[in-house]
Design a protein around this ligand. Structure first.
Ligand code: ADP
Length: 545
């Protein structure tokens, strides 16, 4: 901190206490703030709740001129503005309403004393007047810095891609001489997305401030989804977290209503929250939940971005998230106060077919973006199918952090996998299934069978329902028939799913008459390469049984 000098150093502590009301800095906050004040481009990658906002807000208060903050949602902006106003910081937001003209006049006036101005990327793109005001500030040396909040929205590979964010580079280009420093913040960026964002903003040498993504107070669990486990889960949560707040994430609006009903039957005050409700209803539900009048909110994933409720005790996923990043983000809303909280995903493999169907119904399935969506969804599936790898490790390593699973095992709140290992209930063994996989891939050629049926053929045990299939007799002559007679039903299905998730088999989506979809297995290029004697692949396929 010497670079800043002792006086500045004291000024920082003074502002932290007297303006923001905090007694000390959190991990990495101070070093980020010092770098920002020195005029470096900075990239701040910290999990939700770590205190990213302070990293640019405190420098904004101490700097000459105006800090421009780009933020994706009006609701996020409203929250930040309300907080800053309560701290008596001179802040504005551009929402395109009637006060917009006044704000431009203020920005262009000689003695502008606004410290921060929040804008959406749409506003930047659409308003030439805004751009002119920015130019005017810049000319007079009063544009302190440009902050890009939720910067992962820039990356096509992020889970929250917003097209308007990709025009930010053009906007930034305007402020070159002298160059205005850039500060980007996000709680969610994989190494690829991070590189993408840095390239887009042209800040290759930005300083990166990262804090750990490990959330020690969150218990991660995955439970098979059916009506019995769901009822049990509701009862468990009721017993453990009586009167506490929780979020239940659902795939469809209909599911949010159904789940809210089930939680009410289970003794909770629960409400549904989704885009089909009126704005006023949604606001009421959200406010009631924030105040604790409603304890459980059953919502589509649209709910929660920017919500800062410290005492959320459980986040239940009634369906898969679209990606590991999404899942980490959504579960991250639990336990911000640091107290033990529960994150449980109710898993049903079929849900991923519903998700893929939604993602691919716009015709983008075959594009690069479509392929990327499928890949991130399969990573999520892999997380759910996994029975032996520490869940914390999977989650944080996704963000490029290194984590030793023995830390999870030894912790007060181990993930469900590590807990199983600890209590010795987890006696899985690793099997090499490369040979079987090759035979399965060969056998299914041109047949278009369902995954569960292929699992039956592999075990040589055909269910009643499938015995009526017209071609069942020819299927019993396939080389894979009965190959897995020693494997139980559930493991055979897991094996097939593994082959799909790892790309050795392709699960093609077929549409039903009523807009739904189901999957049929076919050969994939990777599978064909595996069985091609002219291609030597050293990869072996292993599975835990
Ligand atoms: P993020 O943007 O990283 O999700 P926020 O900036 O919203 O996190 O901060 C989360 C909470 O932590 C806020 O309520 C904020 O007031 C609080 N906070 C931030 N920095 C500190 C600090 N140094 N000391 C105490 N509380 C802090």
């Amino acid at each position: 901190y010497r670079v800043l000098g002792r006086e500045r150093h004291e000024e920082l502590n003074h502002t932290l206490k007297n303006v923001f009301g905090h007694n000390g800095f959190r991990f990495r906050q101070k070093s980020a703030i010092v770098a920002i004040l020195q005029g470096f481009d900075c990239f701040i990658l910290m999990p939700t709740g770590a205190g990213k906002s302070l990293c640019y807000q405190l420098p904004a208060v101490l700097s000459k001129g105006v800090t421009v903050v780009v933020s994706p949602l009006i609701s996020l902006i409203a929250d930040q503005v309300a907080k800053l106003e309560s701290l008596n910081i001179n802040v504005r937001s551009l929402k395109g309403g009637s006060n917009t003209g006044t704000i431009f006049t203020e920005l262009e006036s000689p003695n502008v004393d606004i410290k921060l101005i929040y804008v959406t990327p749409e506003m930047i793109v659409q308003s030439t007047r805004f751009q002119a005001s920015m130019q005017s500030l810049h000319r007079r040396g009063l544009l302190a810095r440009i902050v890009i909040d939720e910067a992962h929205c820039i990356s096509q590979w992020g889970h929250d891609f917003r097209p308007d964010y990709t025009r930010l580079n053009v906007f930034i280009e305007n402020f070159k001489n002298p160059r205005v420093p850039i500060c980007a913040l996000t709680a969610t960026a994989t190494p690829t997305a991070l590189a993408d964002v840095r390239a887009h903003l042209a800040v290759p040498n930005s300083k990166l401030f990262m804090s750990s993504f490990v959330r020690e107070n969150l218990k991660y669990d995955v439970v098979p989804k059916n009506s019995v486990t769901l009822k049990k889960l509701i009862a468990q949560v009721k017993q453990r977290y009586q009167n506490s707040s929780g979020i239940v994430y659902c795939l469809s609006q209909k599911d949010t209503e159904t789940l809210a009903g089930m939680f009410r039957d289970g003794g909770f005050s629960a409400e549904a929250y989704h885009a089909g409700l009126s704005d006023s209803k949604r606001t009421t539900v959200q406010n009631d939940w924030m105040k604790g009048k409603v304890s459980v909110i059953c919502a589509t994933i649209a709910f929660g971005m920017g919500i800062d409720k410290p005492d959320v005790r459980f986040v239940i996923h009634h369906s898969l998230s679209k990606s590991i990043e999404g899942y980490y983000q959504e579960t991250g809303r639990a336990g911000r106060d640091g107290l033990p909280s529960y994150c449980c995903l109710l898993y049903n493999y079929q849900d991923h077919i519903r998700l893929r169907n939604l993602q691919e119904s716009d015709g983008r399935g075959k594009t690069e973006i479509g392929r990327q969506h499928k890949k991130t969804l399969y990573e999520m599936l892999d997380y759910c199918e996994n029975v032996t790898k520490c869940r914390r490790k999977i989650l944080v390593e996704h963000f490029g952090e290194i984590y030793d699973a023995s830390v999870c095992q030894a912790s007060k709140i181990p993930c469900s996998v590590c807990e199983n290992i600890k209590t010795l209930r987890n006696d899985f063994q690793l099997y090499d299934i490369t040979k079987d996989a090759k035979i399965i891939i060969e056998s299914i050629r041109g047949l278009n069978l369902s995954l569960t049926y292929v699992a039956e053929l592999y075990r040589g045990v055909i269910s009643k329902k499938n015995q009526e299939k017209p071609s069942v007799n020819s299927h019993t002559k396939l080389k894979m028939f009965g190959l897995g007679s020693a494997v139980n039903d559930a493991d055979a299905i897991r094996l097939m799913r593994k082959l799909v998730i790892d790309g050795f088999l392709e699960e093609q989506l077929m549409s039903t008459n009523h807009g739904g979809a189901y999957g049929l297995l076919s050969q994939s290029q990777k599978g064909l390469d595996l069985i091609n004697p002219n291609i030597i692949i050293n990869d072996k396929i292993f599975i835990h049984f």
